[in-house]
Design a protein. Structure first.
Ligand SMILES: Nc1nc2c(ncn2[C@@H]2O[C@H](COP(=O)(O)OP(=O)(O)OP(=O)(O)O)[C@@H](O)[C@H]2O)c(=O)[nH]1
Ligand SMILES: [Mg+2]
Length: 1163
């Protein structure tokens, strides 16, 4: 029976000081949902007896079947103790890596977290991950050490052993938090330049900071009151203050003193009755063992292990437990034990007691957290408009008064069946309604009787008809059976899983939905210009510079686990469900009553989706349903990506196999309701080049051409004129008007990894560079000053580290960082384009780091965009199998475009350059000069900007080029040029110009792309496979089988450690994603369920096999046979990808068919 009502909970919502928004976080299977069950049972929503067995918050069928949680779900609980009445909004999260995005959505809405650790398994990979999540979102955790019963029943530990074990586990957890803390403090110091000056000052500050933070309870310790010991399954839990209280009173000791010494190396001197230090040294029982663990052990011993009824009764009496008859008559002693322990040390009061005591209320939100929520890395809080900055006070006040702005963050959209909405549910009828129904039935009966009488009188034939009518009427009276209503109740609505940060949200309220790119400054200006926002627009109607829509809140709900309760309004500081936003928010978003509010920063997702499959309906005619189903799925799942590929295939990208299965089930049963066929998983690869190998396939050193000076060209390119040497190509357009000379080099692996790690910074960098290039008329704006100091510091550090990595890699990389031109593919990838074109001194991408004005600098040359696009295209689809490249450096050594001169603007600088280029490339001089006439005309509107700017700076540039040692020869060409110029000026405004430049830029894109690909091909090419990191725990018996499975799938064992005090091994392996399908299942089967791996994407690894390799030397043929195509994994993967993409595959299918037939017949 529920002990509380929705009205009571709604009332409690109004007092934010007594509200706690918390989530339960842990590694998979450490007991989160079981713990949540125990807490839910304390409110009478489920029975105490069923707690732990029901897993109430796992409401999906597949969650119950698989026994893992797949989504986060919330429930509001009522808790009261001596300090008052509290509302605890509890969110249970999944622990499986595939659903880590659900953890992010939960953590964002909370102020505190309960971190659960299984004391047998200890700290596991997801424990790290969730502690990190909590740290990043500035939420305060308490620790629950769970499954203590397993130490007694499974590991059969003695209390002392268990104490030492618990200390070790606690140590492990604290190591993780201290790592997070140190990393944070370090970054704080490195990003704040004022702190790095003066060594002594720094150390001093460091310690001060550390002490201060320590006070803030970053470490877990039972004496600090932030650790609960529990067995969620058996329903008990305690903190040491409970025992300090009991024994303090019993032994007449100081409770506070006892509280400080109960956990630690202290013992009780039985003679003096005093607490002494050094239990371990003196071989005494520590207090925790004597007072706490032994009592618990004795209960388990008596009830569960020895089943000693007499002893059990004694214990019951001494603990003052009142057992009901049903429990004492139980045959199953575990039930009896649970009843006893649950009464003695109820887990809910221990955990919730600590939650309300230790975790912050919404009123205690930190300023730092608000700033983090309101602006991302690239923006400084003080660069926001004053109205926006003023909102910080509203966050801090967390007031729900009318005049405060409403600010809500929606972290995910929860699909709810329409029939499950409170307004559509059949409620129990009230007495008055029952009476009315009875009356109606009576009347119907009377009518029927009358009719029957009439029929008897009038004849039998009308009888059936009349009867039918009456029945039909009766059926139609039932509202749910009305056809219109039934149709209405089909399908889903999306309810936003949200939190109110300020103000009060009401049903029917109109609010702004702020898109991710919303800029408060612009929106505010727009409003002052009295151009009101369109109240009817939905997210799909937004134009590219509008990022705000207006939505009406249709309903408000309180999440109650599997159910929703309707509410009229929700005040600040609470978690809620909000309806009416499904056309406005896709996955997450910010809703506010003022446009001055910024869109909250993106959620931090730990795992990126990697596993992609193509979907199609089993019956091709149902494509429409699939498409609309996919749209719903995309909105409902925070992590899934739904794409339509260029080929037209519908693809979903998921985090792993379990997630994929969940998405498919959802699509088939809920969103599309059709049968769906999924392709086998599409695994991404990367393409790269490596330094020439020194060994061949049979480990013989290669003494042929490769080992020479490295400039020898691969055989197939020997006769190719375009290939100058290994890795270097020079390509002309067919009409010889453009030439590029590009070299491909393998990047040092450390650099590639570093680039990958810093994608966010590269993106920010790119944004600034492109904004600068496009704002060239504002070339003198101080781009650097717009960046946040910490971002700038981070970028500086990024550049320095990059320089260091290049220097370490060798002399040949000197100066590369300064000349980086672009990153690719998609402008942020781990490949770089380097500018080594002589005397082309383009804008450095690092310019934003300096605060100096960049006035008058020539930024880019014409056609720069074409070169960039060519590079981006090449790196996006490599030559092996159209997969993106990774770790390749392209060096543009020469680049000539005939007649690329903005002459009519009288800018001599460019002309000089082109002439000099012509000089370099002597043999084409003639052709190019003849081209000039054509191309000078080709100025598209865009490049006019460049021209005017160049014009402005021509003086500077001129001087500069002379300083650079301009030769007499080039000066003379310049003067030649002036003549041509005069001729051409009149035609420069003609219509055909754009066309010519259009052609030119198209040609340039294609030759740059071609040159990149070709130079790539002249180097040794390799495929790179995505690798999973696989964490498994296994006992000694199944270790062999586990290794066999990993070996078969080309995996590698990275680490195998025996866990202290147990027979279990922690195994860390890496396995290629492409070999991982069914891996978890196979391991589970082969080890009879004793080991279940967790797979997380970790890195890209070169498959050290040339995909084009065939045995050539005698040894190789002897070793591998003539074709050896089955040995060549890289080739198999490459051909599979090519086949899937419909590319040409060079494969012999049958060789000597007749011979084979003869052979078979002869057998
Ligand atoms: N012996 C014992 N088993 C427990 C305890 N708590 C949970 N379990 C068991 O551990 C298993 C996993 O429990 P769950 O509560 O589903 O774990 P979870 O952390 O919610 O798992 P996910 O949501 O999938 O991450 C279940 O079989 C529980 O019965 C405990 O205190 N003692
Ligand atoms: Mg769970």
């Amino acid at each position: 029976m529920r002990t509380t009502t929705t009205e009571k909970l709604a009332e409690l919502q109004g007092n934010p000081g007594n509200v706690r928004n918390i989530c339960i976080l842990a590694h998979v299977d450490h007991g989160k949902t079981t713990l949540a069950d125990a807490l839910v049972a304390s409110n009478g929503i489920i029975s105490q007896r069923m707690a732990g067995k029901l897993r109430y918050l796992d409401s999906r069928e597949d969650e119950q079947i698989r026994g893992i949680t797949m989504k986060s779900s919330a429930i509001s609980l009522h808790f009261h103790n001596d300090t008052g009445e509290f509302l605890v909004n509890l969110i249970d999260s999944p622990g499986h890596v595939d659903f880590s995005s659900e953890v992010s959505t939960a953590v964002r809405l909370c102020d505190g977290a309960i971190v659960v650790v299984d004391v047998v398994e200890g700290v596991c990979p997801q424990t790290h991950a969730v502690l990190r999540q909590a740290w990043l979102e500035n939420i305060r955790p308490i620790l629950v050490l769970n499954k203590l019963d397993r130490l007694i029943t499974e590991l059969e530990m003695e209390p002392l052993q268990a104490f030492i074990h618990l200390q070790q586990i606690l140590e492990q957890v604290n190591v993780v938090t201290s790592e997070l803390f140190t990393a944070d403090v370090m970054s704080l110091y490195s990003s704040d330049p004022t702190q790095t000056e003066g060594g002594t000052q720094q150390t001093h500050d460091w310690h001060e900071e550390a002490d201060e933070q320590e006070h803030k309870n970053i470490y877990f310790s039972p004496d600090l009151g932030n650790v609960v010991f529990a067995s969620a399954y058996d329903g008990w839990g305690f903190t040491i203050d409970q025992f300090a209280d009991i024994y303090g009173k019993k032994l007449g000791m100081n409770v506070e003193g006892l509280q400080k010494t109960l956990w630690g190396d202290f013992f009780l001197n039985s003679k003096t009755k005093r607490i002494m230090k050094g239990a371990q040294l003196k071989g005494k029982k520590p207090l925790f063992v004597q007072f706490v663990l032994e009592s618990i052990w004795s209960v388990y011993e008596a009830v569960l292990i020895r089943r000693d009824m007499e002893m059990t009764k004694k214990i019951q009496a001494s603990l003052g437990l009142k057992m009901n008859v049903r429990d004492t008559r139980q045959n199953d002693t575990r039930v009896l034990l649970q009843a006893m322990m649950g009464q003695w040390l109820p887990i809910s009061s221990a955990v919730l007691g600590k939650v309300v005591e230790k975790l912050p209320s919404p009123l205690e939100i930190a300023e730092e957290k608000i700033e983090k929520l309101m602006c991302n890395q690239a923006r400084r809080f003080d660069s926001l408009p004053p109205q926006t900055q003023a909102l910080k006070q509203d966050f801090l006040a967390c007031s729900s008064s009318e005049e405060k702005p409403t600010i809500i963050f929606v972290s995910k959209m929860v699909p709810v069946d329409k029939t499950a909405l409170p307004q559509n549910k059949q409620r129990p009828l009230t007495e008055a309604e029952l009476e009315r129904r009875r009356e109606a039935a009576r009347q119907r009966h009377a009518v029927r009787m009358e009719q029957r009488q009439a029929a008897e009188e009038g004849g039998a034939e009308t009888q059936g008809k009349e009867n039918g009518q009456a029945d039909g009427q009766a059926v139609a009276d039932w509202p749910a059976n009305k056809p219109g209503v039934a149709e209405d109740l089909e399908g889903q609505v999306f309810v936003g899983f949200a939190r109110v940060y300020s103000g009060r949200v009401r049903k029917g309220q109109k609010l702004y939905v702020l898109g991710p790119k919303h800029d408060p400054a612009r929106a505010l200006q727009k409003l002052t210009e009295a151009r009101d926002l369109d109240a009817t627009a939905t997210v799909s109607d937004l134009s590219s510079d509008d990022h705000v829509t207006v939505a009406t809140v249709t309903d408000l709900y309180m999440f109650m686990g599997r159910e929703l309760e309707a509410l009229e309004s929700v005040p600040a500081g609470n978690v809620l469900g909000i309806a009416g936003l499904e056309d406005h928010i896709l996955k997450s978003g910010t809703v506010s009553s003022t446009v001055a509010c910024t869109a909250f920063t993106d959620l931090y997702f730990d795992a990126s989706p990697i596993l992609r499959v193509a979907l199609e309906p089993t019956h091709p005619g149902e494509m429409g349903k699939l498409v609309s189903g996919l749209r719903l799925l995309n909105q409902a799942d925070p992590c899934v990506q739904v794409l339509v590929q260029e080929t037209g295939e519908h693809v979903i990208v998921t985090a792993g196999e379990v997630h994929l299965q969940k998405c498919l089930d959802d699509l088939q049963q809920r969103y599309a309701k059709i049968e769906i066929t999924a392709s086998s998983p599409i695994v991404p690869f990367r393409e790269t080049i490596v330094p020439p190998p020194t060994m061949d396939m049979v480990n013989e050193s290669i003494i042929t051409q490769n080992s020479g000076n490295g400039n020898v060209i691969r055989k197939e390119f020997e006769d190719d004129e375009e290939v100058l040497e290994r890795g270097l190509v020079r390509i002309y357009t067919p009409n010889k008007s453009c030439m590029v000379q590009i070299r491909a080099l393998p990047l040092p692996p450390e650099v590639t990894d570093y680039l990958d790690e810093n994608q966010l910074l590269i993106k920010t960098l790119d944004q600034y560079v492109s904004s600068k290039i496009s704002d060239r008329h504002k070339a003198d704006i101080q781009v650097g000053s717009k960046l946040k100091q910490s971002t700038k510091e981070a970028m500086k550090e990024f550049k320095e580290k990059l320089e260091k990595l290049f220097t370490e890699a060798g002399k040949q990389w000197k100066d590369f960082v300064e000349h980086i031109w672009a990153f690719g593919p998609k402008r942020v990838g781990p490949n770089i384009l380097v500018n080594r074109v002589e005397e082309y001194d383009r804008l450095s991408i690092w310019d934003c780091l300096s605060n100096e004005k960049q006035k008058g600098k020539v930024f880019v040359r014409d056609y720069e965009y074409s070169v960039m696009s060519g590079f981006q295209l090449a790196t996006l689809t490599g030559p092996l199998c159209d997969e993106p490249m990774r770790g390749v450096c392209f060096v543009m050594e020469k680049w000539e475009v005939a007649g690329n001169q903005p002459k009519m603007e009288k800018n001599t600088e460019r002309i000089d350059k082109n002439e000099r280029n012509s000089e370099i490339c002597g043999e084409n001089l003639e052709i190019k000069l003849s081209k000039v006439s054509l191309d000078t005309n080709s100025i598209e509107s865009k490049s006019k900007e460049t021209l005017s700017e160049c014009n402005g700076s021509s003086k500077d540039s001129d001087t500069k080029s002379h300083e650079n040692g301009l030769t007499n020869r080039s000066v003379s060409i310049t003067s030649d040029k002036d003549e041509t110029e005069e001729e051409l000026v009149p035609s420069s405004k003609g219509q055909g110009q754009n066309l010519v430049q259009g052609h030119m830029s198209g040609q340039l894109i294609s030759i740059v792309k071609e040159a990149c690909l070709k130079s790539f091909q002249t180097q040794p090419q390799r495929l790179m496979a995505a690798m999973y990191k696989c964490n498994t725990q296994a006992s000694t018996e199944v270790l062999g089988k586990l290794f066999a499975v990993i070996g078969k799938r080309h995996g590698r064992i990275l680490q195998d450690e025996m866990r202290e005090g147990s027979q279990m091994f922690n195994i860390l392996a890496s396995i290629p994603v492409v070999e991982s399908f069914g891996f978890a299942e196979e391991i589970r089967k082969r080890t009879s369920g004793f080991a279940s791996p967790q797979l997380v994407f970790s890195h890209w690894e070169v498959i050290d096999l040339d995909p084009f390799w065939v045995p050539t030397t005698e040894e190789e043929i002897m070793h591998y046979g003539e074709k050896a195509d089955s040995e060549n994994r890289a080739r198999v993967y490459m051909n599979n990808v090519r086949e899937r993409k419909g590319l040409k595959v060079d494969k012999k299918i049958v060789e000597h068919a007749e011979k084979q037939r003869t052979l078979t017949r002869n057998k």
